[in-house]
Each structure stands twice: as structure tokens, then as C-alpha cells.
Design a protein around this ligand. Structure first.
Ligand code: XMP
Length: 519
């Protein structure tokens, strides 16, 4: 590897991914591995990664309990700087001869920590200065291991920080990686650049060269890579990167399933065919999908039908591509982490990231060039590769498309009504400068007719529900407090310009208890 690496060993904290993100934000490459990587006395796998620093994450267990996740204490003798966070701090104390017990006064949420020694992680903080931090622990370090000194304290936790400078070990009982620790990034910066000697050598420009070399090495000199292009950010960036690596040995397949937004097909073709000159096959499968979906109003059945048809169309096309050996996918790091966690794959399975079952069935080998990246890094990479800003900053769009936003009978006529309304929403949200700050903004066509009056005539038409949500990852969401002017403009434009809708309502449900999509 051409760049430095920080290793994060995961003990199951909900914040582990944030540690990696905070480190990468400082242009230092970082990988998360399960703590089981460091359990053999030889620590071969750890040494093979050659990290400049090792972070021990938080975790839900108690270090002294039977079956709690541990590492081999030889890790502390490698001479590599170690930063223990919360459970990681307690485990360090426990393994090196300190005492960890259940705390009388637990610390959950905001806390104030007083820095006693402005060293290590606290290098840039004044002695005696109070830091606002986020803590979440029921155990505490009662006695330090030999040779350690206390570096910070709080009202509820004597050992908020402790360190052994000569052994390059630094421990904090609170979470520097969360935004509720306002100076957390600064503390991590201190550790990375002073203790680990980081040089900030992780950039998207250098990643491009590395990734291209890896793709070329993986796919060798023969065989074609096929890629299902959805128009979303992940598959688009993966395609652009692979194209840069192997040029015309990549064939992209874009399936028009009849439930796309207005102009989507032309948009994708203009970028990939006209601009990048990718071998792009645009498959018009509208009739086929709409025929299969006719009469179906059940949300889960719609998803199944669309998924099944997609695989069938994709497979038919792939068969006609001579020498197809590889299947490209835009899998991202959060999905990878989920499946490598020492607890095993989590219950949240994001199956829509995979074209279900295709690779094995067709004897295709996966090429996943974005596996190491977080979403924001994928966006940076897209820009680096020359994808337009508006493509890279697109809001997410569900695989089953407008089918899950068109409630009631799925007909081409009703889908066209929804498409026209969505185009207006899109235009107005962009015009208001809100598009990129909103996770998703869209319309849902409801099979609910109401009476209206337009001009002197009575109308009796369907309803559009407008939905706009803020979210970080789609798992939870808050409805957006859109300005009244924007709501007003969207409503009047939709009613005036779209035949078939005479009423617009705004959805003010958060997730939970609602979901983002209506189906
Ligand atoms: P929900 O509606 O479950 O959506 O709150 C969470 C996020 O996932 C998207 N979504 C999907 N994406 N296939 C996809 O590729 C699907 O079947 C699907 N259902 C929902 C949704 O747009 C939101 O971003």
C-alpha cells in the first residue's frame, strides 16, 4: 500500500464506524477489523497490516466478564501507538494489570472532563482546562496498571484519561469520535500526528491510481466486466472507475423498467455514453415491467416482481456479452464492515446492494472497487473521476423506483402524472437551494380522489403527498421544515401544471414511526 494505515479493532461499539470516519477526514487511511484479528500471540495479521497506530474501540461488554471480547496483550509490546477508547481503555487497563469494576456512578451522555496533563491526545489542550465530552459507560478503571499516569478526570469518573508515554499507550474513557465531543477531532488529530507520525497521505487522487492498479491486477488481461448501472451515485462511480482502469472491456447495462423518473434514461446515457464513451446498453423494458406489475398493489410483491424482472433482463443481456467474467458492484465500506463484525453480519441486511444471486448463478466474479470507501469519499472520488457535480450529489432513489411511490393501480398514465409532479418538486427544491442538504425529497401519488374547483369547473382528481426528510443513513429520518413559500410554490405549480392532481398535502411523519417511502 502506498499510504499509511491506522487499524481500528472493533469490540462492537455503535460508534466504531465513526472512529474510522473521523480519522479518514484527517486524510489518514483507516481500516476497521474485528478484535479477533489480534488474539493470537504472534499477532501476525496485525503486523502484516503494518499500522502506524491502533485504536481499540468501545463496546457493550464488561472486560471482566466471561466471554467478553479480548485481544492478546502482546499488542502493547509491538511499539505501535495504541489509543484505547471507552471499552478499549478499560481493556488496556485490565490486560496490563489495572483494576476495572462496575462504577457506582455511571456516566451516560454529556460530561465535563478536566485535563490534568496536556500530553498525548490532550497535547493541544491547556492543563486544568475543561472539555465537554460524550461518555457512555457503566464500568470504570479503579486502579491504573503499573507505570501509567492519569491524564484527565471528571466528576463521575476519576480515570477519564490515562497514559503510558514510554509505551505509546493513550486511553480515554469518553468518545472523541462523536460530534457531541466538540473538540474530539482535535484530540484524534493530536494522537495521529504527534503520537503516530501520520503524514496525511490519504487522498482521492492517490486512491484513483491505487484502485486502477488493483482492478487491472484482479481482472487480468482477458474477459469483460459487466455492470448494472442504476443512475445512482455508487454504481455510477464504480463504473467510471472501472472504465478508467480497463476502458472498453467494461459493458454497462441500464434497464429502463418503466418506473424511472422523467429523463433518467437520457441523463444516464448522456453522461456515460456521450461523455465517457462507455459501452452502455440501454434496455427498454418498460412494457415488460409494467405488464408484470399490472394489477399489483402490494408493496412487497411489487419489489419482488421488479427484482425478479431485473435479474431476468440482466441475465438475458449478460448472456449476449461474449467472455463476460466479472460483475461490478458499488458495495461500500459500511456494508463490508457489517459483514465482518466479530458479532457476525448484523440483522440489517441491505440486499438491494446486491443483484441477488446473479454472480454465482452466472459464474461471475465480483469486482467491488468501492469496498473501502464511505459514501462521502465515493462522492469525492466521483468528482475526481470527472463525473458532474449534480450526478455525484444526487439524492438516493429506491431500486423499485416510482413503483413504491405510485400507490394504487400502476399504470403508465398514473406514472406519467407522478413523473410530471416529481420533476416540479425537483426543480423547486433545487431552485430554493435545498436539494443537497435534504436526504430525499419526492412526491407520492395517492389513489385518493377529492373535489376541487378550477376556474369555474368542478374537478375530481387524485392527491399528491409531498415528502422531504433529513437523514444520515436512511435508518432514521426527520421530516424537513420546508419554508412555506417553497411548499406554496410546489403546490400551486403541481396543481396548475399536472393534469390528474388537484390537491397537494405535506407528509410530516418522521422515521420511526413512519418509513421514508410510503411503501
Ligand atoms: P424506508 O422507506 O425503508 O427507506 O424508510 C430507507 C431508504 O431506503 C430506500 N429504499 C430502497 N432502496 N430498494 C432500494 O434500493 C428498496 O426496495 C428500497 N426501499 C426503500 C429509501 O428510498 C430510503 O432512502
Amino acid at each position: 500500500m502506498a499510504h499509511q494505515l491506522v487499524l481500528v479493532l472493533d469490540f462492537g461499539s455503535q460508534y466504531t464506524q465513526l472512529i474510522a470516519r473521523r480519522i479518514r477526514e484527517q486524510s489518514v487511511y483507516c481500516e476497521i477489523h474485528p478484535c479477533t484479528l489480534a488474539q493470537d500471540p504472534e499477532l501476525r495479521a496485525v503486523r502484516a497490516l503494518n499500522p502506524i497506530g491502533i485504536v481499540l474501540s468501545g463496546g457493550p461488554s464488561s472486560v471482566y466478564e466471561e466471554g467478553a471480547p479480548h485481544i492478546h496483550e502482546a499488542l502493547f509490546d509491538l511499539g505501535i501507538p495504541v489509543l484505547g477508547i471507552c471499552y478499549g481503555a478499560q481493556l488496556t487497563a485490565f490486560l496490563l494489570g489495572g483494576k476495572v469494576t462496575k462504577a457506582e456512578r455511571r456516566e451516560f451522555g454529556r460530561a465535563s472532563v478536566k485535563v490534568l496533563r496536556p500530553e498525548g491526545v490532550f497535547k493541544s489542550v491547556g492543563a486544568g482546562e475543561e472539555l465537554q465530552v460524550w461518555a457512555s459507560h457503566g464500568d470504570h478503571v479503579e486502579a491504573l496498571p503499573p507505570g501509567f499516569v492519569q491524564t484527565a478526570e471528571s466528576a463521575n469518573c476519576a480515570m477519564s484519561g490515562f497514559a503510558h508515554a514510554a509505551r505509546k499507550i493513550d486511553c480515554i474513557q469518553f468518545h472523541a469520535e462523536v460530534v457531541h465531543t466538540p473538540r474530539g477531532a482535535e484530540l484524534l488529530h493530536n494522537w495521529l500526528f504527534a503520537a503516530c507520525g501520520a503524514t496525511a497521505d490519504w487522498s482521492m487522487a492517490s486512491f484513483v491510481d491505487e484502485a486502477i492498479a488493483r482492478i487491472r491486477a484482479q481482472v487480468g488481461a482477458t474477459g469483460r466486466v459487466i455492470c448494472g448501472l442504476s443512475g445512482g451515485v455508487d454504481s455510477s462511480v464504480a463504473a467510471a472507475l472501472i472504465h478508467k482502469a480497463i476502458g472498453d472491456r467494461l459493458t454497462c447495462i441500464f434497464v429502463d423498467n418503466g418506473v424511472l423518473r422523467r429523463g433518467e434514461r437520457e441523463y444516464v446515457a448522456s453522461i456515460f455514453k456521450d461523455h465517457f464513451h462507455v459501452d452502455l446498453r440501454v434496455i427498454d423494458a418498460e412494457d415488460r415491467f409494467l405488464t408484470a406489475l399490472a394489477g399489483c398493489t402490494d408493496p412487497e410483491k411489487k419489489r419482488k416482481i421488479i427484482g425478479g424482472e431485473f435479474i431476468a433482463v440482466f441475465e438475458e443481456q449478460a448472456k449476449t456479452i461474449a467472455d463476460a467474467k466479472w460483475l461490478a458492484q458499488g458495495t461500500l465500506y459500511p456494508d463490508v464492515i457489517e459483514s465482518v463484525s466479530f458479532k457476525g453480519p448484523s440483522a440489517v441486511i441491505k440486499s438491494h446492494h446486491n443483484v441477488g444471486g446473479l454472480p454465482e448463478k452466472m459464474n461471475l466474479v465480483l469486482v467491488e472497487p468501492l469496498r473501502e470507501l464511505f459514501k462521502d469519499e465515493v462522492r469525492q472520488l466521483g468528482l475526481e473521476l470527472g463525473l458532474p457535480h449534480h450526478m455525484v450529489w444526487r439524492q438516493p432513489f429506491p431500486g423499485p423506483g416510482l413503483a413504491v411511490r405510485c400507490l394504487g393501480p400502476l399504470t403508465k398514465a398514473r406514472l406519467d402524472v407522478l413523473r410530471a409532479a416529481e420533476a416540479i418538486i425537483d426543480e423547486e427544491i433545487r431552485a430554493a437551494g435545498l436539494y443537497e442538504s435534504i436526504w430525499q425529497s419526492f412526491g407520492v401519488l395517492l389513489p385518493v380522489k377529492s373535489v376541487g374547483v378550477m376556474g369555474d369547473a368542478r374537478t375530481y382528481e387524485e392527491t399528491l403527498a409531498l415528502r422531504a426528510v433529513h437523514s444520515r443513513d436512511g435508518m432514521t429520518a426527520d421530516w424537513v421544515h420546508l419554508p412555506y413559500e417553497v411548499l406554496g410554490t410546489i403546490s400551486s405549480r403541481v396543481i396548475n401544471e399536472v393534469r390528474g392532481i388537484n390537491r397537494v398535502v405535506y407528509d410530516i411523519t418522521s422515521k420511526p414511526p413512519g418509513t421514508i417511502e410510503w411503501e
